[in-house]
Design a protein around this ligand. Structure first.
Ligand code: NAD
Ligand code: MG
Length: 393
């Protein structure tokens, strides 16, 4: 029986993970489930799966969670420290599916158990890829990618040598605004940016898909996780979202991973790795699909991909700065404080402002990463205020 914990259990990835685990209850023992504001969902899942402990990320949720789980025998805790402690509980397999840099520290704690971390939280790789990989090595832990593109690359690499890899091609759906003209993008609303054409995901990653910031993060994620040079990573728009990514080898061969746009595939692969087991995902009928299309991304519309290359060149803590600024700009867009295209303007301004801080050479531990994250959010706030002043002038 495999013991599992799910960090961010109430989110989109967390719920898909629970869907797979709940289909085979005899195969799993659930240790910790953690959630944010959706305390009812957290309590219901903890009951259903017979979790050892349920943890809400915010202190003020303790009362409600305790009431909901009274008499169940399930331990209850709340707050940041409790969340980090829950991540450190021994479990064979931990799903890291908290959104944002808030997922970094719990992920690091889970790695210190020396077991397997299924990593959906791409922000932690972007902020602190080196720290994450070094922690895994130091504790004999395994990181398995769950982002669909990286799972695809990982699967295409089975039995291959990295030395024979020439390039990877990361596919992108193009997001909600794939076919919109530039001037319409300027006034794109939150509701419009929150609808993905192919994937059902959390709101933040859905908006990041429309701005291509999600793809920019994934390029950095591939650079960090697979140790690829920026020049080896290409992005292609593939509106059907059926090929999840490709690996190009020295002999010119391309290995593609093809499947329906259903995250249970990548999650299930990580859950069953190194084996493959039956998964409840649609089987593709290629004759019915008939065509798959591809085109180059338009970087003039979406500066995020160019910024990702700058971040990879600078290295060090610039990923943490990029991610912190992006998260803060995204918050401002969600709150209606800035427009859709302003997000990239803010991130670029922060990268420029903090580029003098020798981010590339700085040593990387949790403290320095969180410091870079905080500085980036502060600079982003100033950039947002400057933009708003200009808009009102
Ligand atoms: P989501 O918003 O649906 O869920 C996020 C989870 O994190 C929830 O359980 C929420 O309660 C919790 N959470 C939010 N803020 C928190 C905080 N400050 N502290 C602790 N917990 C907090 O997000 P999602 O779409 O499931 O994405 C989760 C992660 O997986 C993200 O890093 C995302 O980029 C990545 N990812 C998601 C998908 C997808 O299909 N949804 C695909 C690839 C990668
Ligand atoms: Mg992805």
């Amino acid at each position: 029986m495999k013991s599992v914990s799910i960090l961010g259990a109430t989110g989109s990835i967390g719920q898909s993970t629970i869907d797979l685990i709940a289909r085979d209850p005899d195969a799993y023992r659930v240790v910790a489930l953690t959630g944010g504001r959706n305390v009812r969902q957290l309590a219901a899942d903890a009951q259903r799966l017979g979790a050892e402990i349920a943890v809400a990320a915010h202190d003020d949720a303790f009362g409600e969670l305790s009431t909901l789980l009274a008499g169940s025998g399930i331990e209850v805790a709340a707050g940041r420290a409790a969340l980090v402690e829950a991540a450190a509980r021994p479990a064979d397999w931990v799903m890291s599916a908290i959104v944002g840099s808030a997922g970094l520290e719990p992920g690091l704690e889970a790695l210190k158990q020396g077991k397997t971390l299924a990593l959906a939280n791409k922000e932690s790789l972007v902020c602190a890829g080196r720290l994450l990989l070094e922690t895994a090595t130091a504790h004999g832990a395994t990181i398995l990618p769950v982002d669909s593109e990286h799972s695809a690359i990982f699967q295409a690499l089975v039995g291959e040598e990295m030395a024979s890899v020439e390039r990877v091609i990361i596919t992108a759906s193009g997001g909600a605004f794939r076919d919109w003209p530039m001037d319409r993008l300027r006034t794109a609303t939150l509701a419009e940016a929150s609808c993905h054409p192919n994937w059902a995901m959390g709101q933040r990653i859905t908006i990041d898909s429309a701005s291509l910031f999600n793809k920019a993060m994934e390029v950095i994620e591939a650079h960090e996780f697979f140790g690829l040079q920026a020049s080896q990573i290409e992005v292609v728009i593939h509106p059907e979202s059926l090929i999840h990514s490709l690996v190009g080898f020295a002999d010119g061969a391309l290995m593609a991973h093809i499947g329906p746009p259903d995250m249970r595939h990548a999650i299930g692969y990580a859950l069953n790795w190194p084996q493959r087991q039956h998964l409840p995902v649609e089987r593709l009928d290629l004759a019915r699909i008939a065509t798959m299309t591809f085109r180059s991304p338009d970087e003039a519309r979406h500066p995020a991909l160019r910024l990702a290359r700058e971040v990879m060149e600078a290295g060090g803590l610039s990923g943490a700065v990029f991610n912190g600024a992006k998260e803060h700009a995204l918050d401002a867009f969600i709150e209606g404080r800035i427009g859709f295209l302003d997000m990239a303007t803010v991130v670029e301004a922060v990268l420029e402002r903090l580029s003098g801080e020798d981010l590339g050479a700085a040593s990387m531990d949790l403290e320095t990463v969180l410091h870079a994250d905080t500085s980036a959010r502060r600079e982003a706030d100033e950039a947002i205020n400057r933009l708003r002043l200009r808009a009102h002038a």
